[in-house]
Ligand binder design. Sequence first.
Ligand SMILES: [Fe+2]
Length: 379
Amino acid sequence: MKNWIRLPNSEGNCIPAKDGSSGQKLYQREVGRSGFRGPSAQIYHRHPPAGWVTFEGPLRPRAFTLGKLSAGPACPLQARRVLFNDEMELRYWKTETKMHALARNADGDMLLFVHEGEGALFCDYGHLPFRDGDYILLPRGTSWRIEPHGTCEFMMIEATGDAFGLPDPNTVPGGVSVDPMRFTLPQIDDAFRAQQDDAFWEIHIKRRGAISTLTYPYNPLDAAGWEGDLCVVKLNWRDLAQRSASGQNVPPAAHCTFVAKSLSVSTFVPKVGEGKSGMLRVPFYHSNEDVDEFVFYHRGEFFSRGEIKAGMATFHPSGFPHGPHPCSYQEKMIEVPIETEEVAVMIDSMSFLNVDETIPAGAEWKAYVKTWEKAEETL
Ligand SMILES: [Fe+2]
């Protein structure tokens, strides 16, 4: 933990924290270090922090419709790559067919988020049914396959050379957000035993990005039992504690669900609207200076992004503030708390993230960078 230089201070006109009233219309921007776990400051601007007129150069916000990516391939380890650096990979996989080979990732833990569909996962530890909204954490080296019931879509996050764990409760504002007792484990049940056969089975192994294949004259998912404290685990966003935060904005770090060395995965779940009467009810502007941010929108119409629908994703690299769209101000500056219904998964990376530029042009919304224009006039 860095020994930060922290000198609490207040200068000039700040919005009173308790009643939200202010004689002057101001725009709050939170500036934070170390993923908002380090020093932070609230700056109250006279103009929208994202009220830029032009945006030139390689640094820019981007948006993608991942649901437009084509289905396949058969092996999830080779699914369409969206983001990468030396410490993570994010892939998107759409499939509707039963896997006829096993997958094993020797490059790191894999976290699957089920965006669409349901089905059965079979792995070294047994049988695990899944549905939309599930996280499935596959420890590095686990052999697995799925049998989807219809079309399934997965966002797959690899902690390259690393493992996922839970956030340190001392760094989560408001306490622990993930209850380990909510995790579901695979079972050695009739369905698992029924798939054990003597056919030829392949295991596709990813190591250093390359695929190798082992072939067995039987199904290697042949466990009769197991014991220990290492296992595939499953958690649905519906099992995460809802945060009814009427009266206070909830800092992004409060939503952290899984962490690895240089990245965190956070889940935004439905909650009562934040803030009090007269205050902004959409997420405030923020500058997360040490982090590149990727958000995948799973359900609902995300309230800070008027044109962002389920199945889309946004990428906000460090270097400029981001926050609500103008339309969000118009629609959401309301006087009574509302129940949101949006669910999103956010990946924060402390290392520079690369977008895989082979993503088909049709899956990117190029005009996204222009969507903050005229932010002030619409207020
Ligand atoms: Fe953000």
